[in-house]
Design a protein around this ligand. Structure first.
Ligand SMILES: [Zn+2]
Length: 301
């Protein structure tokens, strides 16, 4: 997550060269290393409300070892309760169009329900994407990658590999503006629409992108509508181990193990800086999920 305008951004918006790295959004805010990540910098505190993926997270707060972010998750009434435990009930979509307020349209569960989990990776593609893909392949796991347009454009091969290996793509805006909701309407439209095009172009085969995720989970009725008009549903999550902040491999692992419930959506990152902790955690989580009887699924679409 790129926290534009943040003091952390030192140097202010850099020029294009830093583009591919900008995505750090998450770490950027977290600082340069785990130590920093543990305690939000003054700057972060200030924008905690819009802060990255922590805010909206429902379950996140529960575990969170050091959860300065422990957000009381204004979380939309968790559509969670997977209606039908029966797998394959793709039809039953609790939080669907029926809901009047777009704000309640944030998806937070898998398509099939039952003992399934949807792994989602944000802010890539980046240098660690290949390692994440290797691990997923090793366990026969499928995941959803919420990509930043600039990164997709910079690493088309990674985008293509993601699709070739059976994973799916999600629009995570052009350059991860935060906070998203304060941007002018036209800018929000451009961030979402252009990213979709950039990801599709990088993929090369016109994949169908059915979800978009606001930077930091900063969804509003306004931007949810923008996404909906572009044919995409707002994708949230139920478990946020804050891997972007590099809290330590074990912290990431236990956060997921303690907060995941059947049908949940896990938020992790394959972009945004040094992802070695994420990769190491994934190495433990994948076999754990398999041992727990979880099947890998995609978010509801
Ligand atoms: Zn992000």
């Amino acid at each position: 997550m790129r926290r534009a305008g943040l003091p952390l951004r030192g140097g202010g918006r850099r020029a294009p060269p830093g583009r591919a790295e900008r995505e750090h959004g998450h770490d950027r805010r977290g600082g340069r290393d785990s130590s920093v990540a543990a305690r939000p910098t003054p700057g972060e505190g200030t924008q905690t409300p819009t802060a990255p993926d922590r805010t909206p997270e429902p379950s996140a707060s529960s575990t969170a070892p050091a959860s300065p972010y422990a957000s009381p998750a204004p979380s939309a009434p968790r559509t969670t309760a997977i209606p039908s435990q029966s797998a394959g009930s793709t039809a039953a979509t609790p939080s669907q169009p029926s809901s009047p307020a777009p704000a309640t349209g944030v998806l937070r569960h898998t398509a099939s329900g039952g003992r399934t989990v949807a792994l989602t990776f944000d802010d890539g593609p980046g240098p660690a994407t290949g390692q994440v893909l290797d691990l997923l392949a090793q366990y026969g796991a499928k995941a959803t990658f919420c990509e930043i347009g600039d990164n997709a454009k910079a690493r088309p091969a990674a985008v293509q590999r993601i699709l070739a290996e059976g994973h799916r793509l999600c629009d995570h805006t052009v350059d991860h503006p935060q906070p998203m909701h304060t941007r002018p309407h036209e800018q929000q439209v451009a961030e979402i629409a252009d990213a979709k095009s950039m990801i599709e172009n990088a993929a090369g085969n016109s994949p169908t992108i059915t979800w978009w995720r606001a930077p930091g989970g900063d969804f509003t009725a306004e931007n949810e509508r923008i996404g909906a008009d572009l044919g995409m549903k707002s994708l949230g999550w139920t478990v946020d181990p804050r891997d972007w902040s590099r809290p330590g491999v074990q912290a990431i692992v236990s956060n997921v193990q303690q907060n995941l419930r059947p049908g949940g959506v896990v938020l992790m990152h394959d972009g945004g800086g040094d992802r070695s902790q994420t990769v190491a955690a994934l190495k433990q989580l994948l076999p754990w999920l398999v041992a727990q009887g979880y099947a890998f699924d995609f978010p509801q679409s």
